[in-house]
Design a protein around this ligand. Structure first.
Ligand code: HEM
Length: 391
């Protein structure tokens, strides 16, 4: 039986060989998670997509203390929520957040995102080549955007970034729980301040705090989940997207010559940046048959969207960066009832970033060979710790 995580012995831009071998054998595999628990790893595109939309799976567990875990992260490593009420609770959460994330609202943010990106790139250019694109752009931009949207002071970024990173630690449960607790306490203070300021339209957290029936704890919890969900993945997508494009000869120049390709490029970056070997955590709410495999109530399923996005049955050449390809729509934002609420925002951020980057730095190059880049294996998204570039 395979044990997670798989070794990425072919480098950071290629599927782990062991995952490729598993995928060639079928779509569902018994595995041992990184913390030694049994799970089913689902790697086929069609199966992952179907199971993401299947309400016989959920995030809660009938006996949480006995549940298999995928890792030590307090939020993502194990069960979440109340088994009996999770579907109603989840619908309530979405109903509260949805009005703030409509595509129309997100589109209205574009000019500000463009302005923030331009300022960061001005600073990077003024400081001169070489630069660290991670520190100069990939990290600060999503943080600045989510701060403005939520009404979180940008000056607090070092503190909440440290807590988010601790919360996302997949290797140390105590650290992860402490990070989450710190974030929550910070959120509670913020909600109290917003209530005192009394301007319900100022930002998302003010608005949540002013919503009938939403208490301080719930407003803080929702606000902090957004703060967390709203930056970590986007930071990783900007870094990995740049890395992937720079490693595909001609791709940067093709985009510089035709900025109209940016949206297709962003979709391809989103498809490619997670390589599989993990996945979205789900627990079976009932016994079920998955492609001939008998799954029992409470079993852990890892719906591996990264593997699905590289399934040769859905993408003829899964490891080729190909914005013009005719493969299936990627599953990087999930699918079904829990589809990412921030997808329209993330798409705008990535589109603005890559449109401005190629236009201003058509000669951008990596400052180090891909093999020498460093990643953070402790965090959920496993993103780059630095991205040296020259121009
Ligand atoms: C490239 C960037 C992003 C990626 C790849 C991403 C990916 C995902 C995925 C895969 C899920 C589904 C989780 C599951 O099914 O268990 C999700 C959910 C979510 N995302 Fe994102 N996300 C990104 C950016 C954002 C941003 C910018 C925000 C908010 C500002 C956001 C807010 C959310 C929220 C609130 C959910 C929970 C939805 C639910 O449970 O119904 N995400 N995201």
């Amino acid at each position: 039986m395979s044990t997670l995580p798989f070794q990425q012995s072919d480098g950071p831009l290629r599927r782990p060989p062991e995952l490729g071998e598993l995928q060639a054998q079928g779509p569902v595999h018994p595995v041992t998670t990184a913390v030694g628990d049994p799970a089913w790893l689902v790697t086929g595109y069609e199966e992952v997509r179907r199971l993401l939309a299947d309400d016989r799976l959920g995030r809660a567990h009938p006996e949480p203390e006995r549940a298999s875990r995928s890792g030590e992260s307090a939020l993502f490593g194990g069960p979440l929520g109340n088994f009996d009420t999770e579907q109603t609770d989840h619908r309530r959460m979405r109903a509260l957040l949805q009005p703030h994330f409509s595509p129309k609202r997100m589109r209205a943010l574009r000019p500000r995102i463009e302005e923030l990106t331009t300022t960061l790139l001005d600073e990077m250019e003024a400081a001169g080549s070489p630069a660290d694109l991670h520190a100069a752009l990939a990290l600060p931009l999503p943080i600045a955007v989510i701060c403005e949207l939520l009404g979180v002071p940008y000056d607090d970024r070092d503190r909440f970034r440290a807590w988010s990173q601790a919360a996302a630690d997949v290797t140390d449960r105590a650290r992860s729980e402490q990070g989450l607790a710190d974030l929550f306490l910070y959120g509670r203070d913020l909600v109290a301040r917003k209530r005192a300021e009394g301007d319900p339209d100022a930002d998302v957290i003010s608005c949540l705090a002013a919503t009938d029936g939403v208490g301080d704890d719930e407003a803080a919890m929702l606000g902090m989940s957004l703060l967390f969900a709203g930056h970590e993945t986007t930071v990783t997508a900007i870094g990995m997207g740049t890395l992937w494009m720079m490693s595909t000869p001609g791709e940067w120049q093709a985009l510089a010559a035709d900025p109209g390709r940016v949206d297709a490029t962003v979709e391809e970056i989103l498809r490619g940046f997670g390589l599989g070997g993990g996945g979205l955590v789900r627990y079976a709410r009932t016994d079920l048959d998955v492609e001939g495999v008998q799954v029992r109530t409470g079993d852990l399923l890892l719906l591996d969207t990264g593997a699905a996005n590289h399934d040769p049955a859905a993408y003829p050449e899964p490891e080729r960066f190909d914005p013009d390809g005719s493969g299936a729509p990627h599953l990087s934002f999930g699918h079904g009832a829990r589809y990412c609420m921030g997808a329209p925002l993330a798409r705008i951020e990535l589109s603005v970033v890559f449109a401005q980057l190629v236009t201003r730095f058509p000669g951008l190059r990596l400052g180090l060979p891909v093999e020498e880049m460093t990643f953070d294996p402790k965090t959920l998204t496993g993103g780059l710790t630095a991205l040296p570039v020259t121009w």
